[in-house]
Design a protein around this ligand. Structure first.
Ligand code: NAD
Ligand code: UDP
Ligand code: UDP
Length: 343
């Protein structure tokens, strides 16, 4: 263990010396890996707001300090620049493990690093959870279902994934991360939770990450044509980020391992999405068709009955309500970019 690196070593463990938060709940110490990213930073906001101590571990591959700048200086918040493929020593109660590039552009950029992050990163966080008796939550993905032959997808579906394609580093990486999680649960009795997240959007998404919602919104604001890949008839189901964060917390706090689908069952073709973006931002926006990427799943829609009944969770915000909530954030960042301040 002498080799283990990390800046945060704390003198008290799971039960010691905590200040109670509200009635009947002590303050928790929580690690969020990937906490400088899109989903992670919204999760951090919620955990800090409810009164817990949060440590973010991030290597800033796709994450940004700007996403957390409002917490810097808060004594209950700590930010550690660290790559999860390296071991780390910390003392915490809960681990939300999000660290992994999430958009196709980013995870294909260095596919070997993507697999290593999923395998070694998840292994290290599970080893940490085992040593300190912390509860561990994995943010897996709907991509474990691949190009699904079952529709909508239930958690019982084992998926249709190409093991040797361009997306495989992410899909198979997350599938292996799920396997490791269950092996540590069965073999080392680590308390684990698995979320399978469906396409999520909201403020703080990377402007240049190539995902469809961020692309369309940025294109509409910049008065560029919306780029629809393929014939635009493929479907996705889009979840607003606050719904996801509520689902992740409900899963962590609940009694069930999962996996649980966390997504919004509202299903849209990419052409329908382009239409909603036009109506929301610029009715005069045009559409430009581009060739589709390899192995693109034809359809995707979560069956969320399991999360509804066991976690008492369901998304509240429809696409038409959620899209306008990310527009001002994108406008501000695009304006700053234009003014040369960059992000
Ligand atoms: P994101 O790229 O904004 O965030 C990922 C964060 O992890 C970034 O801050 C990045 O710098 C960090 N990171 C990446 N590799 C790391 C490493 N090796 N060590 C330390 N930090 C590292 O993506 P996101 O959309 O916020 O996704 C968060 C998690 O949710 C990911 O695990 C992703 O696979 C999962 N997920 C997201 C979606 C979605 O639609 N947003 C869908 C399914 C699953
Ligand atoms: N690990 C870590 N922090 C800890 C405990 C473990 O980063 O506090 C890492 C450890 O270095 C190893 C991985 O987690 O790479 C798995 O740990 P485990 O104890 O399960 O396996 P072992 O070290 O016995 O191979
Ligand atoms: N897509 C598109 N235009 C874009 C970016 C993506 O039509 O500018 C399509 C893409 O081909 C896919 C869908 O939108 O069918 C969702 O892509 P995204 O990368 O957002 O997520 P994922 O494929 O991981 O679900």
């Amino acid at each position: 263990r002498d080799q283990i690196t990390g800046s945060g070593i704390y003198g008290f463990g799971k039960t010691g010396g905590r200040v109670p938060v509200g009635i009947g709940r002590r303050r928790l110490r929580i690690v969020v890996t990937g906490g400088a990213g899109f989903v992670g930073s919204h999760l951090v906001d919620k955990l800090i707001e409810r009164g817990d101590d949060v440590i973010v571990i991030d290597n800033f591959f796709t994450g940004r300090k700007d996403n957390l700048v409002h917490h810097l200086g808060n004594p209950r918040f700590e930010l550690i620049r660290h790559d999860v493929v390296e071991p780390i020593l910390l003392e915490v109660d809960q681990i939300y493990h999000l660290a992994c590039p999430a958009s196709p552009v980013h995870y294909k950029y260095n596919p070997v690093k993507t697999i290593i992050s999923n395998v070694m990163g998840t292994l290290n966080m599970l080893g940490l959870a085992k040593r300190i008796g912390a509860r561990f939550l994995l943010t897996s993905t709907s991509e474990v279902y691949g190009d699904p032959l079952e529709h909508p997808q239930k958690e019982t579906y084992w998926g249709n994934v190409n093991p040797i394609g361009e997306r495989s580093c992410y899909d198979e990486g997350k599938r292996t991360a799920e396997t490791l999680t269950m092996d540590y649960h069965r073999g080392a009795e680590v308390e684990v939770r698995i979320a399978r997240i469906f396409n999520t959007y909201g403020p703080r998404m990377c402007l240049d990450d190539g995902r469809v919602v961020s692309n369309f919104v940025a294109q509409a604001i910049r008065k560029q044509p919306l780029t629809v890949y393929g014939d635009g008839k493929q479907t996705r189901s889009f979840q607003y980020v606050s719904d996801l964060v509520n689902g992740l917390v409900a899963l962590m706090e609940g009694e069930h391992v999962g996996p649980f689908n966390l997504g919004n069952p509202g299903e849209f073709t990419m052409l329908e999405l382009a239409q909603v973006v036009k109506e929301t931002i610029d009715p005069s926006a045009t559409i430009e068709f581009r060739p589709n990427t390899a192995d693109d799943p034809h359809k995707r829609k979560p069956d969320i009955s399991k999360a509804k009944s066991l976690l008492n969770w369901e998304p509240k915000i429809s696409l038409r309500e959620g899209l306008p909530l990310m527009v001002s954030d994108f406008q501000k960042r695009i304006l700053n970019e234009d003014e040369g301040k960059g992000y």
